[in-house]
Design a protein around this ligand. Structure first.
Ligand code: PEP
Length: 250
């Protein structure tokens, strides 16, 4: 049985006070509920504050980014060891904004995934095609290339050690959502590729999240698809009403 996950990526939003209040409200709302698993991904300066607020609940903490080394001269970066020490259980890797704005390539992302799967955090690996790639009919090629490169020589013992987030770049923060059929088609393809990269059992146990302008109005239909195991939510995770609306759509 795959875990259903609703993760809120706050990106570079909220002050310490706003984050504390939102985290407390979400923790109170979720309490000891474990289905879906709710994960919050605040900006790194706010991780401890959010971690304290959710500590007594089943809400989990995730970083938005991680470095591929453990320590050293990497100004502005954080390692998996550090992130774990402030309460993180997960980290996003390869979000399209990291790839596009900060020029992270598949080789660097692969190094991060390899390090993180061997340590205390679970990676949420983000992949997805651009609008140009979709319009040129290259969606599957891009997904295959990203999965093969980002997961090269990655060793996991079960499908629960890794989470995939399929986020078509053209649907992130644009208000454009993939139709449930479009999303399901890619998710089924991703699962088939995961089966080739790992094993059938591993692929069947791995949660594949959809991300891209998910909101309460479209969540029910998206989350009802057989290969969609949850959502990675950006903008709609910043307010209680919209985020809980999505949690309740599972
Ligand atoms: C995201 O940041 O991962 C995301 C999917 O953003 P949004 O929901 O705002 O499109």
């Amino acid at each position: 049985m795959r875990k259903t996950i609703i993760a809120g990526n706050w990106k570079m939003n909220l002050t310490a006070v706003e984050a504390k209040n939102l985290a407390r409200s979400i923790a109170d709302y979720v309490g000891k509920r474990s289905d879906p698993l709710v994960i919050l991904c605040p900006p790194s300066p706010l991780l401890s504050i959010v971690g304290n607020e959710i500590a007594a609940s089943n809400v989990e903490l995730s970083a938005q980014n991680v470095h591929s080394d453990d320590l050293g001269a990497f100004t502005g970066e954080s390692s998996d060891t550090m992130l774990h020490s402030v309460g993180c259980a997960y980290t996003l890797i390869g979000h399209s904004e990291r790839r596009a704005i900060f020029n992270e390539d598949d080789d660097f992302i692969n190094k991060k995934v390899k390090r993180v799967v061997a340590g205390p955090l679970k990676p949420i690996l983000c992949i997805g095609e651009t609008l140009e790639e979709r319009e040129q009919g290259k969606t599957n090629d891009r997904i295959k290339q990203q999965l093969r490169d980002d997961l090269k020589n990655v060793r996991i013992s079960s499908g629960e050690d890794l989470i995939i987030a399929y986020e078509p770049v053209w649907a992130i923060g644009t208000g454009k959502t993939a139709t449930p059929d479009q999303a399901e088609e890619v998710h089924a393809y991703i699962r088939q590729l995961l089966e080739e990269i790992f094993t059938e059992n591993t692929a069947n146990a791995m949660s594949i999240l959809y991300g891209g302008s998910v909101k309460p109005e479209n969540a029910v239909e998206i989350l009802a698809q057989p290969n969609i195991d949850g959502a990675l939510v950006g903008g709609a995770s910043l307010t209680m009403d919209s985020f809980t609306g999505i949690i309740n759509s599972v």
